[in-house]
Design a binder for this molecule. Structure first.
Ligand code: 8YV
Length: 321
């Protein structure tokens, strides 16, 4: 029987599915040396939220497949895995709708000041009917700029156009004809999106090209009334520049599910700002979706070890070697 390492706790039924096919060794990734030793002695691995460096895979010559319980794969050095002949699988699709819901909750919460005003009520401050000091801004009918219109961006565009009558602008490497036809989305260059969007929503994966793609210049190019929404990866935004822009009123606010350092340090200036909604990376975090992701990742791993995996492969080149 093949052996796999699991460095994330898995739901019981998913674990027993895996155990029907492979021997499962569960490890605590915080015990670094034991984790690396287990990888060296395994045919496959499944987990998430831990950086897997090339150094950790030195000597792991049996390893043929890794399966991440996430759509993002920035915790892996894909070129290195490919060179080692290790297939990397991920879980797109199953988390698209829940993550789009998170994005929309950030849009609504930031624009309508939901978190700030809920705290104000709980603090006993609601003593008269509210006035303009508590008003927010509209979401419906506004312009949403989506940077990166892939699966999740498309699901956000659908909510925006069909549910909230919003105009949708987007940037993407290629045109998304479905979103253009179904949601009236218009593909523009980034400067045009930044200049016109009331909400700028980042939906790109983290790559060397997207790291800090939103910095001081891009923030200056946004409307003063605009809100930045990020539920992709923290490092797509230069967080230092964002803090300055929020402090100086260069932009109006931010709704953030992701940060350059996670967990967000307790002394981050972002936590002191009333115009920031900060969430603890809950993008896909519903019971249903996290279960579906674990199941999907387990099935990916078993199929990859069998040589039958046909979808959800990050580095398809490995199979052509
Ligand atoms: C989680 C995510 O970070 O899928 C992704 O890329 O960001 C998330 O769903 C997590 O890795 C889930 O295990």
């Amino acid at each position: 029987m093949k052996k796999i390492v699991a460095w994330k706790p898995l739901p019981e039924d998913v674990l027993s599915y895996l155990q029907q096919h492979v021997k499962v060794v569960q490890v605590d990734p915080a015990q670094h040396d034991a984790f690396v030793a287990a990888l060296r002695d395994a045919d496959g691995g499944i987990g998430a939220s831990v950086k897997i460096t090339p150094a950790m895979l030195e000597g792991a010559t049996r390893l043929k497949a890794l399966s991440t319980v996430s759509v993002g794969f920035d915790q892996f050095d894909v070129a290195d895995l490919t060179q080692r002949g290790i297939v990397l699988a991920h879980t797109p699709d199953v988390l698209t709708e829940s993550t789009a819901d998170t994005v929309f909750s950030l849009i609504l919460a930031s624009a309508r000041r939901v978190v700030e005003l809920a705290a104000w009520v709980k603090a006993g401050q609601w003593q008269h009917s509210i006035g303009p000091e508590q008003f927010g801004g509209d979401v419906q009918g506004k312009t949403l700029g989506i940077v990166g219109l892939g699966r999740i961006g498309g699901a956000v565009a659908r909510r925006a156009a069909l549910g909230f009558n919003m105009k949708v602008l987007y940037t993407n490497r290629s045109a998304n004809h479905e979103a253009e036809e179904a949601y009236g989305a218009r593909r523009v260059e980034l400067p045009k999106l930044l200049a016109n969007a009331d909400f700028v929503c980042l939906q790109v994966p983290l790559t060397p090209q997207t790291r800090h793609m939103i910095g001081a210049n891009e923030l200056r190019a946004m409307k003063k009334t605009a809100i930045l929404i990020n539920a992709s990866r923290g490092a797509t935004v230069d967080e230092h520049a964002l803090i300055e822009a929020l402090q100086n009123g260069t932009i109006h606010g931010a709704g953030l599910d992701v940060f350059e350092t996670e967990p967000l340090p307790a002394d981050s200036p972002l936590l002191k700002m009333a115009n920031v909604v900060a969430l603890p990376h809950i993008g896909s975090a519903t019971h249903e979706t996290r279960h579906a992701m674990a199941r999907n990742a387990a099935e990916n791993l078993v199929a990859a070890l069998d040589g039958t995996l046909a979808t959800n492969i990050v580095n398809r080149e490995v199979l052509q070697r």
